[in-house]
Ligand binder design. Structure first.
Ligand code: ADP
Ligand code: MG
Length: 364
């Protein structure tokens, strides 16, 4: 069963220069967490507001739990869509206790049923002892857990979360991610989770939809998005990739840092760019090497090096935190990936696996 179906959805604000959401389609299964990720202004919140019924689409259909919620002829108001929402600012009712905040969506039900549901959820989010507190006496993390319990209480078909952890500080944010994900999985909730943070999206999503300028660039599992980026944008945004020029040879690619053994179905001699990340790049001090250490940033677990190649291009490379090589040292860089790399025909946005030599692609 699908919890959500979005088809050909578009929305342009009256004063917008281009559509905030531009012809997007995706489906979600019951119990799935889908992370919408992309840079600020790419249309994530607008997508969520369209699903919630806080905006009307210009075109396209939205089905929630199999029921048509929005189309050219249909518009079901937000309160009748069977969704729960959690936002960055928690938006708790300041004059209601923790218990009453969580009970808010259960109005009209039997008292005993309300008590049972609220206590079950407070127990799940670990807030039982705070049931009589008011929001002003809660920490950021506690408020966020109340907001989540409140959204889950009416057992919505779908939960929408918009950057729910972005107002929390780093330590708390990482702890909350883990707690909230396991809670959502326990409840088998279907969730659309919006974030601009790549790492958070990879952690939270069963699948990710990567947005750019109102369009979905790729939908897939975290592994597919990271290892098989469908477009240059996805490789760059999700993996901080650098692009290394090369030429296709029979069983690999020739580059300025050596020959890469890769199976790529592109014609020989074609110019390409290979996406490489800091964890794919290695180097050793070598007085006759192909580059120079430009900068070292100590990241705690790792040293992140920028190496300047003789061509002028720079590549990033990770080394262990104990492996310290001074800036200015001449080194030999090589690619040490141990997995297939994403290869893009030069001047084309699309991965070679989806590349059709007969198609005309806009320049990137
Ligand atoms: P995101 O959540 O990914 O940061 P948004 O969906 O908020 O992106 O915004 C997408 C685009 O729509 C942006 O260009 C933004 O400036 C514009 N936008 C968002 N809300 C409004 C609005 N109420 N009126 C006009 N333009 C808006
Ligand atoms: Mg937003």
């Amino acid at each position: 069963m699908t919890s959500l179906e979005v088809q050909y959805l578009s929305k342009q604000y009256p004063n917008g220069l281009y559509p905030a959401v531009n012809d997007i389609s995706f489906n979600m299964q019951n119990g799935e967490i889908l992370a919408l990720v992309g840079p600020s202004g790419c249309g994530k919140t607008t997508t969520l507001r369209l699903i919630a019924g806080l905006e009307r689409p210009d075109s396209g259909d939205i089905r929630i739990g199999g029921r048509l919620a929005a189309s050219q002829l249909t518009f079901i108001p937000p309160e009748k869509r069977g969704i729960g929402m959690v936002f960055q600012d928690h938006a708790l009712f300041p004059h209601l206790t923790v218990f009453d905040n969580v009970a808010f969506g259960l109005r009209g039900r039997k008292k005993i049923e309300i008590q049972q549901t609220v206590y079950e959820l407070l127990d799940l989010v670990g807030l039982m002892p705070l049931e009589k507190r008011f929001p002003h006496a809660l920490s950021g993390g506690e408020k966020q857990r109340v907001a989540l319990a409140r959204a889950l209480a009416p057992r919505p078909v779908l939960i929408l979360m918009d950057e729910p952890f972005s107002s929390l500080d780093t330590d708390l944010r990482i702890g909350m991610r883990e707690q909230v994900r396991s809670l959502l999985k326990t409840m088998q909730a279907s969730v659309v989770f919006v974030t601009h943070d790549q790492e958070e999206a990879l952690f939270m999503g069963d699948r990710l939809a990567v947005f750019q300028k109102g369009k979905i660039q790729q939908i897939g599992t975290p592994e597919q998005i990271y290892q098989e980026s469908a477009t240059r944008f996805v490789a760059e945004f999700m993996g901080n990739s650098s692009f290394l020029p090369g030429k296709i040879r029979t069983d690999g690619i020739n580059t300025e840092v050596g020959f890469l053994l890769q199976s790529v179905s592109l014609p020989e001699d074609m110019n390409v760019e290979v996406a490489v990340r800091a964890d794919d790049v290695n180097f050793l001090p070598d007085r006759t090497g192909n580059g120079v250490v430009l900068r070292r940033v100590y990241r705690g677990m790792m040293n992140l090096y920028s190496i300047k190649l003789d061509s002028g291009r720079t590549l990033d490379a990770f080394k262990e935190h104990t492996d310290i090589i001074p800036e200015g040292t001449r080194v030999n860089i090589f690619i040490d990936a141990g997995h297939p790399l994403c290869v893009f025909p030069q001047g084309v946005e699309i991965n070679h696996k989806n590349f059709n030599p007969a198609a005309k692609y806009p320049a990137c």
